[in-house]
Design a binder for this molecule. Structure first.
Ligand code: SAH
Length: 369
């Protein structure tokens, strides 16, 4: 692979300084909400009422909040500013996969995807507008980092999906969001504080939060080792997904440039420590790219690195990005790769490519208008 000439740095951690989105109820902890309500001259318990409207009834329309006086509604509405505007919606799989392109207050664009399966609903959300991690096979990575999203901007993606499900707008009857995966745009651990805030809002029992099980939440990362260690200490048993994509440093340096900072053995050690602390099986993500990382010897090396660990390997057929010189592996190579891992006793599955037709599958979220 030849490095392309680029104006951007190889890795971009700090988001450009930009105006921040308005403060929203979902940015705040329960005590902070009570304080904010008191500052507006209302009784602190109004924060509980407002939280119930937002997190349980999924409404932001103060006109519907008939347990509040007209004057209180007016004052409290500043805590529910509109943060996301739907620009476009694309559906496939008879309406059960639905991608939304959102415009944020400053014009930045992000996407989220709702996927309904017979037994569950998964929402894939964005944590940054763009991404600074520069993985060459990922559409978002090629666009660079625009800015970090706020906690409430992240939560709102899930609330909007929950609202659509509750309103019976998704085929399959009224439903709720069971799983949230941070596999949309952005590197969640590069926007640590906002992402942790969002995870807390998602798992806090209603009406403080959405009441989604922490076990249903997956944070996917390129492998920011210090942030993985920090996440392990949060006391939140969320699933960690590690985007490995290569078992050897030589190849991973180019496929996942963060590897130039933290090597394969370092990031795997952090993953095992995470598993030990949280008792959660770590998911190793591996996009199979034809003739790049899909050789049997690499499967063998991967198998040796992860065998006997609390792990699951998730193989993702590469979704080629526009103009990409790479493509998905041949079926026989994919099968051989799976067999080698199974030989080592490693649990492995090949991910479905839901949403591919609407550019909603992994690595395709580019948010072009
Ligand atoms: N920044 C996080 C989350 C982003 S995307 C991370 O890297 O983990 C979620 C997954 O999709 C990651 O494993 C990512 O490597 C993978 N992915 C990105 N582009 C892809 C593509 N073109 N085909 C298949 N998977 C891709």
């Amino acid at each position: 692979m030849t490095a392309e000439k680029t104006e951007r740095p190889l890795l971009q951690f700090a988001a450009p300084r930009r105006a921040k989105p308005a403060r929203h109820l979902a940015d705040l902890t329960m005590p902070e909400r009570r304080a904010a309500v008191a500052e507006l001259g209302e009784k602190p318990f109004r924060a509980d009422q407002l939280s119930r409207h937002y997190f349980s009834h999924l409404t932001t329309d103060v006109a519907e909040m008939t347990d509040l006086s007209a004057a209180a509604r007016e004052k409290l509405s500043v805590l529910l500013p509109p943060l996301l505007t739907s620009v476009r919606e694309l559906t496939t799989d008879a309406g059960t996969t639905r991608k939304t392109l959102w415009r944020l207050f400053d014009g930045a664009l992000v996407e989220s995807v709702l996927m309904r399966y017979p037994d569950r609903v998964t929402m894939c959300v964005s944590s940054q507008a763009g991404c600074g991690m520069n993985c060459p096979f990922c559409a978002t990575g090629q666009a660079g980092l625009t800015r970090n999203m706020s906690t409430a901007e992240i939560v709102e993606q899930v609330v909007s999906g929950a609202r659509a499900l509750a309103a019976n707008e998704v085929p399959g009857g009224p439903g709720r969001v069971n799983n949230v995966v941070f596999m949309g745009m952005g590197e969640p651990l590069a926007n640590y504080k906002a992402v942790i805030g969002a995870v807390r809002r998602l798992v806090d029992p209603a009406p403080d939060g959405l009441g989604i099980s922490a076990r249903g939440i997956t944070v996917s990362t390129v492998g920011l080792v210090p942030a993985i260690n920090k996440l392990a200490d949060e006391g939140l048993p969320v699933t960690l997904a590690l985007s490995l994509h290569a078992p050897d440093d030589e190849l991973r340096d180019s496929l996942v440039p963060i590897n130039t900072r933290w090597k394969v053995h370092e990031v795997l050690d952090a993953a095992w420590a995470y598993a030990a602390k949280t008792k959660r099986r770590v998911s190793i993500e591996y996009a199979l790219i034809k003739d790049i990382n899909d050789q049997e010897w690499r499967a063998d090396l991967l198998g040796k690195l992860v065998k006997h660990k609390l792990v699951h390997v998730n193989l993702i057929p590469l979704n080629p990005t526009p103009g990409s010189k790479w493509t998905a592996s041949r079926p026989e190579d994919e099968r051989a790769f799976v067999r080698r891992l199974e030989f080592h006793g490693v649990p492995v599955t090949v991910r479905d490519t839901r949403g591919r037709e609407i550019d909603g599958a992994c690595g395709q979220l580019a948010a072009a208008e």
